[in-house]
Ligand binder design. Structure first.
Ligand SMILES: [Zn+2]
Length: 267
């Protein structure tokens, strides 16, 4: 029993210095600890700070996927009691294409993964129309299921990745974003370690989400400028024998029907 940790950061903060600082700090830690991670990038932030992303890319430890071009919402969702409307389908399609364009232009990459802003109950299980738009935009794996029926986050770690085959999209894989209940609340580090204990014990995959901005500022206080929390998360996972992997590698092996516990081959 080992478990898998898929670290996926949403990089989306437009404020000066935040995404750049995050990329520098996270890059240093992930490189030093040889810990792969995936950055789900908002296209316009990449357009704004392309140098910082290119530097991160050169480290050879990150994969880059998308988080739409300007952080648009795909499905209606209630956040803190307020209903957030979904963007129109035309706009969603355009957003995915524009984000892909930015990744291509600055990093020479074609994205195949998406985190939908805010995440939703059931992910896109009830929206084959949106899955169709995703497929057309080249999306092959998605993190869109992060809320329960009351639109509350912190869904169970037992909810594991699944294919959208029932919806007619057998090549698209959902990675539910489990156990997300905010970041840097009191006891956050211990909470993360307890989740790692659980996935190791039950041999589960954890699609872990953190944001580029959460460690940075709350009011005037810098929470965790050196990202010590992330360093602790990685070290704790490795000590327990949990394997860290990129979303795209996990996706490929499942697609090819390989044993998910097999070590991925290089290249
Ligand atoms: Zn976001």
């Amino acid at each position: 029993m080992a478990g898998k940790l898929l670290i996926g950061y949403d990089v989306e903060c437009e404020s000066a210095g935040v995404a750049e600082n995050f990329l520098t700090c996270a890059g240093e830690i992930h490189k030093r600890l040889n810990a792969p991670a995936t950055l789900f990038v908002v296209g316009k932030v990449l357009d704004k700070y392309p140098q910082a992303f290119r530097k991160a890319q050169q480290l050879g430890i990150f994969d880059f996927q998308q988080h739409t071009y300007s952080h648009v919402n795909l499905k209606p969702v209630k956040i803190e009691g307020e209903l957030k409307k979904a963007a129109g389908k035309w706009r969603i399609s355009r957003e995915l294409k524009k984000a892909n364009g930015a990744l291509k232009r600055h990093l020479g990459l074609s994205a195949e993964g998406l985190t939908t802003p805010y995440t939703h109950h059931l992910g896109l299980s009830d929206r084959p129309d949106l899955l169709k738009i995703l497929r057309k935009a080249g999306v092959r794996f998605v993190r869109s299921f992060g809320r329960d029926r009351n639109d509350q986050t912190n869904i169970s770690l037992d909810l594991q990745p699944f294919w959208y085959d029932n919806q007619g999209f057998p090549e698209i894989l959902e990675f539910p974003v489990q156990a997300w209940k905010g970041e840097y609340f009191k006891g956050y580090d211990d909470y993360l370690c307890a989740n790692l204990d659980y996935i190791a014990e039950h041999d589960l995959v954890w699609s872990f989400l953190q944001h580029d901005s959460s460690h940075h500022m709350r009011g005037n206080e810098i929470k965790d400028p050196q990202l010590h929390t992330i360093e602790r998360l990685i070290r704790y996972a490795k000590d327990k024998g949990i394997i860290l992997e990129l979303y795209k590698d996990y996706y490929r092996r499942l697609l090819n029907d390989l044993d998910p516990n097999e070590t991925p081959k290089a290249g």
